[in-house]
Design a protein around this ligand. Structure first.
Ligand SMILES: *Cc1c(COP(=O)(O)O)cnc(C)c1O
Length: 386
């Protein structure tokens, strides 16, 4: 099945660009470029013919950007289980609670989805050398796909990144630089060196295709629930790529005629130590001001500023969703609660979704009878034992 990719479109200013050239963010306004497809033509083919049979995200290849399948760089990412959470659900009085178990991805987190697609497309468009700033999981995933593609990769991580992420990047052959500061400081260093050496920058939403990889979580949820989306999705939000990606997937699937108009209420969870989206959402702001002195054990949530902030906020509002911050104590406690009830050794970010669910049930924002999906975005194994 060939891709229906047609062009790129800026998410803020609407300018369009040739999809078969290399782009980072919009050259005009600096905001993310979105991949667009000929969905009318795809719709004619019908769902059964469009979706492949491989048990990976490449089953949705027709709606992904790689043109020639010879360029696909894969380690079997995606098509992760959607687990009914029966014991946890019983404790909460929720008969229809699910966990999307993303720790089963290559390198142990959902970052594999975005980087499989971004590295595949970068290789297809002739990239020779790449760079990525990361709080940990994105670096590990990028290192794996870069190795498999045979492309050199430079990773920039905060100096206090947990040791297993470092070990992973080393074992996978990446060149590693440690930066005093946060992921935003790593991003600045990465951009500087990318400009100097002509490296391609894999920062999320600074190139168009990590988003495409992560949108497949939306396609999978729909397929795994027989094309009937859940009432609520609770998502631990850093840069927001997964949340924005799923929202894009729902819009595409509606245009393809695969789903109706009903959408899940999207919930962003952050840590009280770094909650720029939560603050902006409740202030009614269109963009989010950077968070000062960000600190949380949930490394994936320690993102003080996101280039896709307005896309996250739009998706939350259009969906009738909300944003909530939980303390590190609460998310770590919830991490253990998930473990002992469901056998899922979640990352702290995954724990945060359960802490948020508990708070939203208590507030009455979620009804126990609703169908709710928690995202466990990665494995607990790479974090310090707390
Ligand atoms: C990166 C990361 C997040 C945040 O993901 P975004 O889509 O960038 O918001 C959440 N959890 C884990 C484990 C991560 O690595």
């Amino acid at each position: 099945m060939h891709t229906f990719l047609t062009h790129l479109e800026c998410s803020l200013c609407g300018k369009t660009y040739d999809a078969d050239r290399l782009w980072q963010a919009c050259p005009d306004c600096g905001r993310p470029l979105l991949a667009r497809y000929d969905l009318d033509a795809a719709r004619q083919l019908g769902r059964e013919r469009l979706i492949g049979s491989e048990p990976s995200l490449w089953r949705y290849r027709a709606l992904l950007p790689v043109r020639d399948e010879a360029h696909i760089v894969t380690l079997g990412e995606g098509f992760t289980p959607l687990l009914p959470a029966r014991r946890l659900g019983a404790e909460l009085g929720m008969p229809r609670l699910y966990i999307k178990e993303e720790s089963l991805n290559p390198t142990g987190s959902f970052k594999a989805r975005g980087l499989a697609v971004a590295v595949s497309r970068a290789r297809e468009l002739g990239v020779r050398e790449m760079v990525i700033p990361s709080a940990g999981n994105a670096a590990g995933a990028a290192a794996a796909y870069a190795a498999r593609a045979g492309l050199p990769l430079h990773v920039f991580m905060p100096r206090d990144v947990p040791a297993p992420f470092l070990a992973e990047c080393r074992a996978l052959g990446a060149d590693i630089a440690l930066v005093d500061g946060l992921i935003t400081d790593c991003g600045r260093e990465a951009r500087r060196l990318a400009a100097e050496h002509g490296w391609f920058d894999l920062s999320t939403l600074k190139e168009p295709y990590r988003l495409e990889g992560k949108k497949t979580m939306g396609y999978e949820l729909a397929e795994q629930l027989s094309w009937d989306l859940p009432d609520v999705i609770i998502y631990p939000t850093g840069g927001g790529t997964g949340l924005v990606g799923m929202w894009k997937a729902f819009e595409e699937m509606a245009q393809l005629g695969w789903i109706g108009d009903r959408r899940p209420r999207m919930v962003t969870v952050q840590s009280t130590g770094c909650a720029p989206m939560v603050r902006a959402f409740h202030a009614g702001a269109e963009f989010a001001a950077p968070w000062e002195a960000a600190q949380t054990v949930a490394a994936g949530l320690r993102v003080p500023a996101a280039v896709g902030d307005f896309l996250i906020l739009r998706a939350l509002r259009e969906s009738g969703g909300t944003a909530i911050a939980v303390s590190d104590e609460a998310l770590l406690e919830a991490q253990k609660w998930l473990g002992r009830t469901e056998g899922v050794f979640a990352c702290p970010e995954g724990g945060a979704t359960l802490a948020a669910l508990k708070a939203l049930l208590e507030e009455g924002w979620i009804d126990p009878g609703e169908r709710v999906v928690l995202f466990n975005t990665g494995s607990g194994l790479k974090y310090p034992l707390l």
